[in-house]
Design a protein around this ligand. Sequence first.
Ligand code: NDP
Length: 249
Amino acid sequence: MSDAPLAGRVAVVTGGSRGIGAAIAALLAEAGAAVVVSGRDADRLERTAKDLEATGASIATVIADVASREDCERLVDTAKQRFGRLDVLVNNAGITRDGLVVRMKDDDWDRVMETNLRGAFLMTRAAAKVMMRQKSGRIINIASVAGAMGNAGQANYSAAKAGLIGLTKSTARELAHWSILVNAVAPGLIETDMSAAIPEAAREALLAQVPLGRIGTAREVAEVVRFLAGEGAAYITGQVLHVNGGLYI
Ligand code: NDP
């Protein structure tokens, strides 16, 4: 069915309760996948799930912190128990704790690393075991332009996102044998709660460097994730797809 190319597939989207993750969950559901969305805020997660279910999608929610191994394993188990398999993992959950490196608190470094990088590792390890038994799967890591370019005030975040790109390339090589494709999508400046927290002057300075001259939308990132999850991307692995209006060329 061309209008439901992911029918019968099961996806997990971490941090699927708002922003880019919610847009990804919506497009994967629109393509016919059953989607399990996670986040820490139960109310926000339930509201998003209700909106998605209203479109006729099969949705499950799991309150889970990606920094917790137990939570990650419970999330993957829930996908298997509810829908029988796991085809697509989108490691989207992420946070910022910005500050100049000389003033950065240990906790700001640790929280960003354990959410943005360790979380993706924990989810990848748990999901890959299921996908290896199926001999197929797609893992899509949401990195950032900051992981490629660096960004003053984001040493922790940039290091985590650069690490995520390394994780993507290594796991792509390891898991290819089981037809599991691993890629990263690296957004630039995208309109969400996260970018709304950037001070106005810094945001304007960043926008001035975007050749397309505007901020991107969560949907524009989600479109690329949907492509990577589908049959059209069957020969792509270990790559970083940049979605940034030309900010990094
Ligand atoms: P938002 O802050 O809008 O949303 C973040 C999502 O992640 C929420 O659903 C949040 O839910 C969830 N989340 C945060 N921490 C955890 C955690 N420990 N465990 C589980 N879920 C968590 O961010 P965006 O949508 O903007 O960002 C999504 C991804 O895209 C991130 O990885 C981000 O780094 C990346 N990105 C964003 C850019 C942008 O300009 N917006 C640019 C480049 C990359 P809850 O708080 O309930 O846990």
